[in-house]
Design a protein around this ligand. Structure first.
Ligand SMILES: Cc1ncc(COP(=O)(O)O)c(C=O)c1O
Length: 405
């Protein structure tokens, strides 16, 4: 990212963005694949399933009937109606159209929400291990991410005590992500209410509930923050989208419900940046939200089988430690016992980045080092790939552990 001419430069704000640790792994994976190596990619956060046929059909129809132009900034009235219905059906949340926005993925909503509300010196509390994009989005606004690293017995979750310790007069947001990426942790109603109790003394603090993995739950029950704590709905932004639920990551369609003033600010930013979400993806999202939902249970069933066989295989290695995550499609695996060991080529593993590089070079499996998620030494693997690849990749990692000295 260095400009060719010395007088050309990038904006100072870009210096706050940390280069991605995952880049090292994806570059190495590409290099090995280009050399003809068989690489199993467990680093990507998306389902391998096809977008269901009825959703694809609605996109074709939308194009054929001319729904190919700009729409209202925050999404069409029809899509907003489907989102309102989804929030009522799944989450018992009642929003009006003015409290709803659709955007180019949940990612755009999260970024714009920070951009609209954060100034230099503000703070956002988030729960490590966290989704890699949150801290950089926060830093780009001039604000500071405040990551709380849970103790081992806390199940990768915030507690009232750890939240209270992180709150300061500068806190603007509490960012919750349940089901969590990468941990798969799921907050219960009681846990959310206990966190809300702490927030009562901080009326300035907004709550972002990133519910993008809502429908990928195997044990326990998903509950959104505003559902658990209705008295704080007026300061909660409930973020969701079609990416993970309906295997639609590439369609780029996310949505949110929240207080009118905040939704209006998000729409203003969107109006001057992307104009509106993709019109064809909006039509597809209506079909996804209004259409049959039985596929989700089938997918969860298949994902749970993959999770369980991945766990069974990985637990054969005494060097890896992994809890059973109740939700999402990742395993966050502890690899502390591998540190200090030596690879067959004589390299000592000093960090989870070294471990990820070793798995890739020795085993041909791409995973993401925990450092990228603010918690080390761990690695994240996504089991949202074909069953046989999940099994083969996990066995290759166990073999790779055994090959260490
Ligand atoms: C926790 C979390 N939030 C949000 C997103 C973004 O989703 P979208 O595809 O809707 O932008 C992701 C994608 O990986 C995610 O893991």
């Amino acid at each position: 990212m260095n400009p060719a001419h010395p007088e050309q430069k990038l904006a100072a704000r870009l210096s706050s963005v940390t280069p991605s640790v995952t880049l090292v792994i994806s570059q190495l994976a590409r290099r090995l694949a280009s050399q003809g190596r068989d690489i199993i990619n467990m680093s990507s956060g998306e389902l391998d399933f096809d977008t269901p046929q009825h959703i694809q059909d609605s996109a074709f129809t939308a194009m054929q009937v001319g729904q190919t132009r700009y729409t209202d900034v925050g999404g069409t009235a029809e899509l907003k109606a489907s989102i309102i219905e989804k929030f009522a059906r799944d989450n018992h949340l009642a929003y009006s159209a003015k409290q709803i926005i659709a955007s180019t993925g949940a990612k755009q909503i999260i970024f714009n929400a920070f951009l609209a509300t954060l100034d230099a010196g503000d703070e956002v509390i988030l729960n490590a291990p966290y989704w890699v994009s949150y801290p950089d989005m926060i830093r780009l606004t001039g604000a500071e991410p405040v990551a709380v690293v849970p103790a081992p017995h806390e199940g990768f979750k915030l507690t009232p005590a750890s939240l209270a310790a992180a709150l300061t007069p500068h806190t603007r947001w509490l960012l919750l992500n349940s089901p969590g990426n990468p941990s798969g942790a799921l907050y219960s109603t009681d846990e959310l209410r206990a966190l809300a109790e702490v927030l009562k003394d901080y009326p300035r603090v907004l709550v972002m509930s990133d519910d993008i993995y809502e429908h990928i739950v195997y044990e326990g029950e998903f509950v959104s923050f505003a559902t658990a704590v209705p008295e704080m709905a007026d300061r909660t932004l409930t973020v969701n989208g079609v990416s993970k639920t309906y295997a639609m990551t590439g369609w780029r369609l996310g949505f949110a419900g929240g207080p009118e003033w905040l939704i209006a600010a998000l729409a203003m930013l969107q109006s001057q940046s992307t104009s509106c979400p993709n019109a064809i993806a909006q039509a597809a999202a209506i079909a996804a939200l209004d259409g049959p939902q039985h596929l989700l249970a089938e997918w969860c069933h298949r994902l749970r089988r993959r999770r369980d066989s991945a766990l069974n295989i990985l637990r054969q290695s005494p060097d890896l430690s992994v809890e059973t995550p109740p939700s999402a499609f990742y395993l966050f695996v502890g690899c502390e016992k591998l540190l200090g060991k030596t690879t067959p080529t004589g390299k000592t593993l000093n960090s989870d980045l070294d471990v990820a590089e070793y798995f890739l070079e020795h085993g041909g499996v791409a995973v993401v080092p925990g450092t990228a998620f603010g918690m080390a030494p761990y690695f994240r693997l996504a089991y949202s790939i074909a069953d046989e690849d999940v099994n083969r990749a996990c066995q290759l990692m166990v073999n790779a552990c055994e090959a260490l000295l």
